[in-house]
Structures are given as C-alpha cells and as structure tokens.
Design a binder for this molecule. Structure first.
Ligand code: TXA
Ligand code: MG
Length: 342
C-alpha cells in the first residue's frame, strides 16, 4: 500500500492500471490517488474528507487552490455528509439527472475540508453514472473528490491511457473503465441563490435542465478578465488547451489552411475536400453531437501529437452539446497567437 499522500511512483512514467476495485478503494483509504473512470471524463480521485489526500490532488495536478473540487457520491444517501439545506429544486434535479453528468453546487456541511471548496460556502456534488466509479466510491465507503485527471489547464482524459500518460508517475492506480461515453465534463449549476446559475456547460444540455426547472441564468465568461475577476472559480479563459495553437472558424465557414504553416483541421459532418491540410479529422455526424463529444478530447490529443503549427477547429452551432463543445474550443484556443478567426 502507498504511504499516505506520497505519490509512490513519482519520477517513473506509468502506474498500475486495471479493474481491481478493492485495491483502488484501499489506495483511497490510505490517502492515495486513483484515476477513476466516469461517464464524462476520468477523474483524479482522493478521499474527499481527508485534507491531506485532497492536498495531494492539488499538488499533482499543479492546480491553484482557488479552484474547488467536485465531490462524487455513489448513492443519494451520502448527500447529507457533504451538503445541507437541500432545496426542493435540487431534489428534483437529483431525481431526474443523477446518476449522470450534472454537478450541483449546494450549501456545504462543516465536514467538507476548506481545500475542497476553496473556502466557498458551496460544495460541488455529483453521482457519476459510470458503474466502476460508483462501485469504487461504494467500496471506499466515503465521498470522493475528483477533478479531471490532467495537469491543470490541459485537455481532459477520456481513456485510462490518457491518465497514465499525463499523471502516471504521480498516482497510485488507474481504474480502467474503457473510453468515457460522454467525453465532456459535467454541467455545473449553482443552487446557492434563488435562481439557478449555470457555471459550466457540459454533458447535460442546458435545454434539458430548463425543461425541468425553467429558466437558468448563465454565468458569463469574460475571456479578457484575469482569473480573480471571473464569476466563479475555475472559469478560466484558457483551459482544456492543447500545446498547439488553435484557431477557430465558424460553423459554416470554408476551412482554409494557414499559408506557410503546417495546418490540421478538426471538424464535424462531412470532411471537406480542402487541399493543404496535413490532416483532416471529422468528429462525427452533425446530427449526433453525442458522437462528436465522445471523441472530442481524444481527437484533439491525436492532432496535437502530430505537432502541427496550427489546429483549425470548426465551432458547433450553440445548442445542446454544441454549447459544451464550443466552450472547450473557445477556452482551448484562448491566448493562442495570433488572435483566432471567428
Ligand atoms: O465531469 C466532471 O465534472 C469531471 C468528472 C471527473 O466528474 N470533473 C471535473 O472536475 O471536470 P474539474 O475539477 O476539472 O472541474 C470542476 C469545476 C471547477 O473548476 C469549478 O469551476 C467547478 O467545477 N466547481 C467545483 N466545485 C465548486 C464550488 N464549490 N463552487 C463553484 N464551482 C465549483
Ligand atoms: Mg478539469
């Protein structure tokens, strides 16, 4: 068993991976870190109520402490351990969308370490739908804090290999649950005020939420503001970013390579016949954004690994999962030079 909070394989490139739930749960109990499959993206899991384990998550991810972590539960019954004063609206949302890609910010209990919530009065909570995630949390017997299992600011992992490639030297185990079925992170909604506030577009479309509970305000991301000026922690303008500079084009634009630069194209629908690109990758049919989302981060990683000069990426129509995908594209390209074409 690993020493508590001492990444046991620091320096080496990989860590053990497999489907041993009992071992993974034991790692968590002793304060270690485990790559956990969820239906959205892989999480970097730690015992949520052990401050030292949570501190190790921030350290390994190189994540700033102002950015709070989501607490994952296996069952609704665990909710009172971490959240209190749960509104009728929150119950309603939980009933319809849990387990699933919805994170709710709810008033926290005093049991939740300050590190988890970045000192905020609310805690982010969700019950993931992936069976291995729920079995792991149930076997551990306590709530599990888990950000996406990537270095801070980078692309989220959607396979066990992605986790191992990025963090393998610093974590104890990766529970391999296969490729994530949704492929973008959970939708984050704050229920701390009377009117619900959407903090992040994600795997559960805004339209589905509004159909159930009516209008939801959407927190505006100001791409020019620095981190401290964002409406919520973690809403950073540059995030989910490949190493390669990324330039966005509108949904209907004709794709053109950048003259004199090795260009690749990330698109959807029928791949265009566009001479001059080193590679053209279509994420899937325009009419099924679930397929596009499921392959999104893997495709971005694949194109990034080709080390082109620029990734030209076609934005989606701002509807349903298209909103979440556009958010990842916009933040992934923020700060890319020269300014992106819209
Ligand atoms: O799908 C997901 O949500 C994945 C899987 C592993 O569950 N997790 C994930 O975590 O994407 P992370 O840490 O990469 O992004 C969580 C974001 C934070 O950056 C922050 O914006 C928001 O959720 N968040 C978490 N707790 C919060 C809180 N107490 N108050 C406000 N925002 C919070
Ligand atoms: Mg993340």
């Amino acid at each position: 068993m690993p020493e508590p909070n001492v990444p046991s394989r620091a320096g080496s490139a990989t860590c053990p991976a497999g489907t041993d739930i009992a071992y993974a749960a034991e790692c968590l109990r002793s304060g270690g870190l485990v790559g956990m499959p969820t239906e959205t993206v892989y999480g970097l899991a730690a015992a949520a109520l052990q401050p030292r384990a949570v501190a190790a998550v921030f350290e390994v991810k190189r994540r700033p402490h102002f950015d709070p972590l989501i607490v994952h539960l296996s069952e609704f019954d665990q909710l009172p351990m971490v959240a209190t004063d749960i509104s009728a609206q929150a119950y309603r949302l939980a009933e319809h969308f849990w387990p699933g890609p919805l994170t709710m910010i709810l008033p926290r209990t005093t049991e939740v370490p300050d590190l988890v919530t970045a000192g905020l009065p609310g805690v982010g909570v969700r019950i993931p739908a992936h069976p291995l995630a729920r079995r792991l949390i149930a076997a551990a017997g306590f709530p599990v804090a888990a950000p996406s299992a990537n270095l801070f600011g980078g692309m989220s992992p959607t396979t066990a290999e992605h986790v191992s490639d990025g963090l393998g030297g610093f974590i104890d185990y990766v529970l391999d649950g296969g490729p994530c079925s949704i492929g973008v992170e959970s939708t984050v909604v704050s229920l701390m005020e009377d009117r619900p506030l959407l903090l992040r577009h994600g795997g559960l479309p805004l339209e589905d939420l509004e159909r159930l509970i009516g209008p939801i305000s959407v927190a505006a991301l100001n791409p020019d503001a620095d981190n401290s000026a964002q409406p919520a922690p973690g809403m950073l303008s540059r995030h989910y970013a490949p190493r390669t500079r990324m330039q966005l084009i509108s949904p209907e634009a004709e794709a053109q390579p950048v003259p004199g630069a090795r260009s690749v194209l990330l698109t959807w629908g029928n791949a265009p016949i566009a001479p001059g690109f080193d590679r053209i990758h279509s994420l899937g049919p325009a009419e099924d954004l679930r397929i596009c989302a499921a392959g999104f981060f893997a495709a971005l990683r694949m194109l990034d690994a080709l080390s082109p000069d620029v990734i030209i990426a076609r934005q989606f129509v701002d509807f349903g999962l298209g909103r979440a995908l556009n958010d990842r594209l916009r933040r992934g390209s923020a700060g890319s030079e020269p300014n992106q074409a819209h």
